[in-house]
Design a protein around this ligand. Structure first.
Ligand SMILES: Nc1ncnc2c1ncn2[C@@H]1O[C@H](COP(=O)(O)OP(=O)(O)O)[C@@H](O)[C@H]1O
Ligand SMILES: [Mg+2]
Length: 378
């Protein structure tokens, strides 16, 4: 089976993606899979070639972007080729399935998923809708609320739509301090600030808005952080629960990827009823956004009350050696190799199920039945 592994990309999480991809590629059994590495540069161009794997190895060790190499390829947005197409001409490279190991914008947000839908190539993980919903913290929270999933209080700011005085007044009235200010669409804690006093709000909002003109402000919860992994399509498996203990004031970028001082505890040392509640909520959260394949669901467990809130769903969780997703499965007795095998199976199952969809409908011809079936649309 030919598996295209996409990594790098244009997002701020390019370097994290390289580390995740190295773990995924190492877990793909060469007896079962032919790996086609697809390195997406920071310029957005796709390249493949025998050098890609070696470069990936170097790049992820030094945390630097993939340099130019190999041949430039693309995927045509039409369903007849199922292949990578060399831009300089030459034979297309057939693909049986694609594994997007891309975090953040243009990777985890439904855009690249849309391309593979058009190209009719099965891909690992969530489809367009769940990816986009999981990426947008404002829409995501509305969907969770609608599904009865507990979320903290939040408000949304559209840059330029109101004055900073109006924003300050709304935050004071609806959210209070401390609050968290976040770009709606991003990840890895980039652009996120914890704001303790009203005087620091405007700077935090401007910083978040420099990443995304849509900004979310949330009630700051004094909380422990729990995470749970989900694997499956319609009836997913849920892992045990892990706890992240940040070494910084909150789990920021440096704590996630630079200092390596945050600790992960598996299983989370919480009462069994909290573990059970988190596992049930993880499956409900996965279904609420219509996720597929995999996800990591992150929680805030409020100190003092033991109230559990869902903070977010990540539809392409980190797969670095220190990431929770692979560790949670290992703790559940599933090697990362078997997780990757399952993800590929799930991608193909989902593709097959959707391929059976009727894409068009033959309208009835008699005017009587046309009138009957036209519903309210005329
Ligand atoms: N409402 C909140 N209350 C308390 N801590 C929060 C809250 N929102 C975010 N945090 C802290 O900020 C971190 C990053 O926020 P998160 O929403 O998970 O963004 P990202 O998608 O970048 O991971 C969380 O892991 C947590 O440490
Ligand atoms: Mg997070």
């Amino acid at each position: 089976m030919r598996v295209g592994v996409l990594y790098g990309g244009r997002s701020g999480e390019h370097e994290i993606s390289l580390r995740s991809a190295a773990t995924v590629i190492a877990a793909l059994d060469p007896a079962r899979y032919d790996v086609i590495p697809i390195a997406i540069g920071k310029d957005g161009r796709w390249r493949t070639g025998i050098e890609s794997l070696r470069l990936l190895d170097d790049a992820q060790r030094d945390l630097k972007a993939i340099p130019d190499h190999g041949i430039e390829v693309t995927t045509a947005p039409e369903p007849t080729r199922h292949a990578l197409v060399p831009l300089g001409g030459g034979a297309p490279l057939p693909l049986d399935v694609v594994f997007p190991v891309l975090h953040g914008t243009y990777g985890e947000d439904g855009t690249v998923q849309g391309l593979f839908e058009l190209a009719d190539v099965p891909y690992v993980g969530s489809g367009v809708l769940a990816s986009a919903v999981g990426m947008d913290k404002a829409i995501m929270k509305s969907v969770f609320r609608d599904a009865g999933i507990p979320v903290c209080r939040w408000l949304v700011i559209h840059q330029g739509a109101e004055t900073s005085e109006a924003i300050a007044a709304r935050v004071a009235a609806e959210i209070g301090y401390p609050c968290f200010v976040k770009p709606a669409n991003l990840g890895s804690s980039v652009g996120i600030s914890k704001v303790k006093v009203p005087g620091d709000l405007a700077t935090a909002v401007a910083d978040a808005a420099s990443y995304d003109p849509k900004v979310v402000v949330e009630t700051g919860i004094d909380a422990r952080e729990l995470e749970c992994a989900v694997l499956g399509n319609a009836d997913p498996e849920v892992s045990g629960v892990g706890e992240i203990i940040p070494s910084h004031e909150f789990y920021d970028y440096a704590d996630k990827y630079v200092d390596g001082a945050a600790t992960a505890l598996i299983p989370a040392p919480v009462p069994p009823e909290v573990t059970e509640e988190a596992r049930v909520l993880a499956a409900r959260t996965f279904r609420a956004v219509d996720a597929a394949g995999m996800a990591r669901v992150d929680f805030l467990l409020e100190r003092g009350t033991d109230r559990l809130y869902v903070n977010e769903i990540n539809t392409i969780p980190g797969f670095t050696p220190t990431s929770m997703f692979p560790k949670l499965w290992e703790a559940a007795g599933r090697s990362f190799g078997s997780v990757v095998d399952r993800l590929i199976e799930l991608a193909i199952e989902r593709h097959r199920a959707r391929a059976g969809r009727r894409l068009s409908f033959n309208p009835p011809t008699s005017s009587a039945s046309a009138r009957r079936s036209s519903g309210g649309s005329l």
